[in-house]
Design a protein around this ligand. Structure first.
Ligand code: MG
Length: 371
């Protein structure tokens, strides 16, 4: 089987509500999504998606995905999409780094490989749990009152897991964490996501002020060096998210004991092939995981759900449904959807959901194998 054509679509995904990160430092109103259709000479086609969370969140750039695919396409066309390692190496040789540009191609290849094998991607990867995964909310708010309001909106939709975005004014962050913990319901899974918003000193100030709460803080400061510098000076469990990009990051975090949780985002780490290795590093070191898209449609959510299903139940804290935050549905309600705050793995072969091509507009690029 050979890849014969790669078609690229660019879709703007409006957010239902304006979204604030780091206590108001960064504002987002829509996401730049790249959808990729990979076709083969066997008649099978697969879909991939790359949707960074805007341009200011991490070093991933919507137009950069499309430029990266333009560079990599000649090296990917003609390969067997079922050989995901071969495709991965071809992309790594064609374009060092730029992992976020590779993940849509990787995703589409896994989709095709699953269809060819007659298995959902999670089963093709070795076996997927059918236990529904709790969806983490994404509580982008600034004040105590707004935080309560947004969390109630999610609770009304059945959510039991919450990612509360903090990382702005330290005093306000401490107040928000204490208020959320005081109003926490039985069984809720809560993560305080700082999104690199604090300095080392600010991190220690908040983590110490919240010490009695045993709250988990995600990516308190900018780099792994920062997180290493404060380790041992506070008692809070830590999740690493934005600083978990490469497998070398994963091994360092595990070896140096820098985190109790990995936040694996598929687009950031370069797709399922690379993320599966991080999962195994985490499991070998007693590290739990959240597995998510960086953003996007039901396609991106579903990709992450497949990897999350390959994480043993006890180690998987949750997933995400970015689809619930955007107003455009490119798949007409198909695919895994929020059911009482959880996502259920689809049973169809491959990814298990494809978009309505009509919803994507005209392609922005088509690459064909003319050899
Ligand atoms: Mg995060």
């Amino acid at each position: 089987m050979k890849i014969t054509r790669i078609t690229v679509f660019n879709v703007e995904l409006p957010l239902e509500y304006p979204y604030w990160l780091s206590g108001g430092r960064l504002k987002f109103e829509s996401l730049d999504a790249t959808l990729v259709k990979v076709e083969t000479d066997a008649g099978l086609s697969g879909w991939g998606e790359g949707t960074p969370w805007g341009h200011t969140y991490v070093p991933a750039h919507g137009p950069g995905i499309r430029a990266g695919i333009q560079t990599m396409a000649p090296f990917v066309l003609g390969l067997d999409p079922r050989c995901t390692l071969t495709v991965e190496r071809a992309m790594d040789l064609a374009l060092p780094g730029h992992l976020y540009a590779k993940s849509p191609i990787d995703m589409a290849c896994w989709d095709i490989a699953g269809q060819a094998a007659g298995l959902p991607i999670a089963d093709l990867m070795g076996g997927g749990s059918r236990r529904p995964r709790p969806i983490a909310s994404s509580v982008g708010a600034k004040t105590v009152a707004e935080t309560r309001e947004v969390m109630e909106r999610y609770r009304a939709r059945g959510y039991v897991a919450h990612s509360v975005k903090i990382g702005g004014d330290v005093t306000r962050d401490i107040a928000r964490v204490h208020d959320v913990e005081a109003n926490k319901r039985d069984g809720e899974i809560i993560l305080y996501d700082v999104n690199r918003g604090w300095s080392r000193a600010q991190s220690l100030q908040v983590m110490r002020a919240c010490e009695s709460l045993n709250a988990t803080f995600e990516q308190p400061c900018e780099t792994l060096d920062d997180i290493a510098a404060i380790a041992g000076k506070h008692a809070a469990p830590v999740s690493v998210d934005e600083s978990l990009v490469t497998l070398q990051d994963a091994t360092r975090i595990a070896r140096e004991g820098l985190a109790e949780v990995f936040g694996i985002k598929l687009n950031r780490v370069g797709g399922l092939t690379k993320a599966a290795r991080m999962r195994d590093i985490a499991l070998a070191h007693g590290i739990d995981m959240f597995v998510m898209a960086t953003g996007g449609t039901v396609l991106a959510d579903t990709e992450a759900l497949h990897l999350a299903a390959t994480v043993p139940d006890h180690a998987c804290r949750g997933v995400w449904a970015c689809q619930d935050m955007i107003t455009l549905d490119i798949a007409g309600g198909r695919g895994p959807r929020n059911a009482n705050g959880h996502l259920q793995l689809p049973e169809a072969p491959g990814l298990g959901v494809h978009p309505d091509t009509d919803a994507l507009g005209e392609p922005v690029a088509v690459y064909e194998d003319n050899r």
